[in-house]
Design a protein around this ligand. Structure first.
Ligand SMILES: Cc1cc2nc3c(=O)[nH]c(=O)nc-3n(C[C@H](O)[C@H](O)[C@H](O)COP(=O)(O)OP(=O)(O)OC[C@H]3O[C@@H](n4cnc5c(N)ncnc54)[C@H](O)[C@@H]3O)c2cc1C
Length: 467
């Protein structure tokens, strides 16, 4: 039996463990903090659970237009009629995360994976040493998978205190809504938390070092979101780089590099992640680290050391749970001799869980504008969609890219409520190289938001150049 040792029990690690076991490997999973990893315990699952509550509030806030009134007289406001019990919200968040982690433990044990609680490090290319309260244990391995994830980056002059200066892993300890929350960082994590707390009724200031929020996303989509943020009353400070964050009692101050100061009751730091790769004997075992300490891997998750694979955030390939899981599975398929398709980033769909959501797959507008990929495109505003009108949704659009000569769908962007669900048909089209005619030939329900996807595909019929 091939002895497989996996270090790190997040999606990169536990999904690999399931495949490794399915393929007949003798699999041991080493995890220091809890199965499910940061994805389940501190990052993805908790934030999306918090956002589920925020989504309800977004709907409630928008409901006056649909004829709903608040209070017994119908004269009340949302804020006077609906109270957000943040302690209850956060209890639910943490309970759900704990249960999800327990479900994963059950599942992994059912598949005969041995779980060891402790901190793993390499001792050469084919041995893992695990340190735990019980002492040290050495595991010999034919295949090693490193899936140790990443943790929040901290600024030297902005040390989180867990009370008022917070990382995204600490916000679930809050029992009351912040009076004024300064979110530092306008990438995906910063934008998601800013959107969620704003919906819950918090006065939010979003400090962004760039021209616009979500600098890595489709520029049209980011503009829609920024406009929505501002319209809802959020203060968006662009080209504003935080230098230091200090606390004085119940007040926090964010000092910007240009000397300006922003004050609030709390500060959330969302300035990126650093990989958990130091002090693990990686370089000594022949594992190359690239920029920022991320493990260098190829498209089948191999590192520079024979028999050692890596998956997920510790590789920095694309920090998504879905990508981590796929890299982990690919590592097992490759190392245990199963059929394997290398990771193809063009097929990865992703979503920003703001209100509205932003979902993307395939080629980007930036690639098309830079002339890297020839494409025709059509953008249809959500405001023209019948279902969206009925629901009172105006902010957003559907954008579809196809090859000019063949009409093969190569990418898309959806900005709308539940865009994370609506991107799937485009994702299938991209993965299976469907043409716009094939996409528009399938029935959609009337009225539905997917109707706009089909309509965009229909409009691309016979196009020959970028539009
Ligand atoms: C706020 C936030 C929201 C997110 N939301 C989403 C989302 O909606 N969708 C999405 O796809 N992605 C999301 N992500 C990204 C996603 O959480 C990560 O991409 C995912 O966690 C990566 O999985 P992983 O297995 O690489 O690492 P992790 O989930 O970080 O797991 C790594 C595990 O390894 C353990 N470990 C580390 N070192 C050792 C060691 N030496 N020995 C033993 N164990 C060790 C850690 O304790 C941890 O449990 C979000 C990220 C953040 C920060």
């Amino acid at each position: 039996m091939t002895r497989v040792v996996i270090v790190g029990g997040g999606p990169g690690g536990y999904e690999a463990a399931l495949v490794g076991s399915q393929l007949g490997g003798d699999v041991t999973l080493v995890e220091s903090d809890g199965l499910g990893g940061s994805a389940v315990l501190t990052d993805c699952v908790p934030s999306k659970t918090l956002i589920a509550t925020a989504e309800v509030m977004t709907g409630v806030r928008a409901s006056a237009e649909l004829g709903l009134r608040f209070g017994s007289t119908g004269q009340g406001s949302v804020d006077s009629s609906v109270h957000v019990d943040l302690a209850a919200v956060n209890r639910r968040v943490l309970e759900l995360a704990k249960n999800q982690s327990a479900d994963i433990v059950d599942r992994v044990k059912r598949e005969n994976v041995q779980i060891i609680t402790g901190r793993g490090r390499l001792d050469g290319p084919d041995r893992v040493v695990v340190e735990s309260d019980a002492g040290e244990q050495t595991l010999d391995a034919d295949v090693i998978l490193l899936a140790t994830g990443a943790r929040p980056r901290e600024l030297p002059q902005a040390r989180p205190d867990g009370e008022r200066i917070l990382t995204w892993t600490q916000v679930y300890e809050l029992s009351e809504l912040p009076d004024r929350l300064i979110v530092v960082g306008s990438g995906v994590t910063g934008a998601e938390f800013a959107s969620a707390y704003e919906a819950l009724g918090v006065d939010v200031v979003l400090v962004s070092s760039r021209d616009r929020v979500l600098p890595g996303e489709d520029a049209d989509a980011a503009q829609v979101l920024e406009d929505v943020f501002v319209r809802r009353g959020m203060t968006v400070m662009s080209k504003s780089r935080a230098d230091a964050v200090t606390r004085d009692g119940d007040k926090v101050t964010v000092l910007l590099t240009d000397g300006r100061e922003v004050t609030g009751s709390h500060c959330l730091l969302a300035v990126g992640s650093v990989p958990n790769t130091s002090g693990m004997g990686l370089e000594e075992a022949g594992v190359d680290l690239g920029r920022g300490g991320f493990i260098t891997v190829d498209r089948v998750s191999r590192t520079s050391a024979r028999g050692i694979y890596a998956a997920g955030d510790c590789t920095g390939v694309l920090m998504l749970a879905s990508v981590a899981a796929m890299q982990g599975r690919i590592a097992m398929w490759h190392s245990l001799g199963d059929a394997v398709t290398p990771l193809d980033m063009m097929n990865v769909s992703s979503n920003v869980f703001t209100a509205p959501e932003i979902a993307t797959v395939g080629v980007t507008q930036r690639q098309v504008d830079a002339g890297e990929v020839p494409a025709s495109s059509v953008t249809l505003p959500l405001a023209g969609n019948a279902r969206a009108k009925m629901q009172g949704s105006r902010d957003g659009f559907v954008k579809l890219f196809c090859r000019p000569a063949t009409g093969i769908v190569i990418g898309g962007v959806v900005v709308s409520p539940r865009a994370s669900e609506l991107i799937y048909p485009i994702s299938i089209a991209v993965a299976d190289r469907l043409t716009v005619d094939q996409v528009s030939g399938a029935f959609t329900v009337y009225p539905s938001l997917t109707g706009s996807l089909a309509e965009a595909a229909r409009r691309l019929h016979g196009t020959r150049s970028a539009s």
